[in-house]
Design a protein around this ligand. Structure first.
Ligand code: SF4
Length: 239
């Protein structure tokens, strides 16, 4: 094994240990800059994604538009093989205009790192692009108004796998009422629409749920789900 490969394996194991031991280091801005550095993006997809983001920032199709501080279109690699999709922005995301930057976001960062990836390797978005007041559940009419933006993002990025974080994301993308416990742990298919190939979808617990129920069993379940994702993509699966 080459030196650089060995270092990568060692780092991945350290990140995995960190996920399981519950160490909760807050990433610094410098860390995040290092993570996003030097990524090759498809300029056309990036430009189209930015156009969608501009539409979202100007959107008032539902009542959440007038209550937001910032819309949160989503961010990441326009050529991502994996898209993580949550339900909607929280307070920190609303304040910064970026997805998954609060405590749940830091846990998602740890999960991504444990997978041997960087945040800048993946694309992170939500079903709703504006924060529901008090972090209440998304309402059906809000989802109906907003879902088109995510659908267009998925069409442009063409991920190989979507990871639906939590029940709302999984139920919306799979058009089902099943519980997250019934959905997680195996692949489903997200159907983007007529003439477009289905995308594999893995449902797992939302990091915010994981923080509220921070047991080793729950972390193990999420980790098993992520190992399935790595395996499906042909990426190294840490044991
Ligand atoms: S939640 Fe979606 S549909 Fe509603 S205002 Fe925000 S961007 Fe528009």
């Amino acid at each position: 094994m080459k030196d650089t490969d060995m270092k990568k394996v060692i780092r991945q194991h350290a990140e995995m240990e960190n996920f399981f031991t519950g160490g909760f280091a807050v990433r610094t801005h410098k860390d995040q800059q290092e993570q996003t550095g030097g990524h090759q993006a498809n300029p056309q997809a990036a430009a189209e994604l930015e156009k969608i983001a501009e539409e979202i920032r100007a959107c008032c199709k539902c009542g959440l538009g007038s209550a937001r501080t910032n819309a949160v279109p989503g961010e990441g690699n326009p050529n991502a093989r994996i898209m993580f999709v949550g339900e909607g922005p929280g307070a920190e995301e609303d304040a910064q205009g970026r997805p998954f930057v609060g405590r749940a976001g830091q846990l998602l960062d740890k999960i991504i790192a444990a997978m041997g990836l960087k945040r800048s390797d993946v694309f992170i978005a939500n079903i709703l692009k504006c924060r529901p007041p008090g972090n209440r559940d998304p309402r059906p009419e809000e989802i109906v108004n907003c879902i088109g933006y995510l659908q267009r993002q998925i069409e442009l990025i063409e991920p190989e796998i979507i990871v639906a974080l939590g029940a709302h994301a999984a139920r919306t993308l799979l058009d089902t009422n099943k519980l997250i416990g019934q959905l997680r742990g195996r692949f489903h298919e997200y159907c983007p629409g007529l003439g477009r190939p289905a995308v594999k979808l893995m449902a797992t617990y939302h990091p915010a749920y994981l923080l509220r129920n921070y047991s080793k069993d729950n972390r193990l379940r999420v980790w098993e789900d992520m190992k399935e994702v790595l395996d499906m993509l042909g990426l190294p699966v840490p044991q």
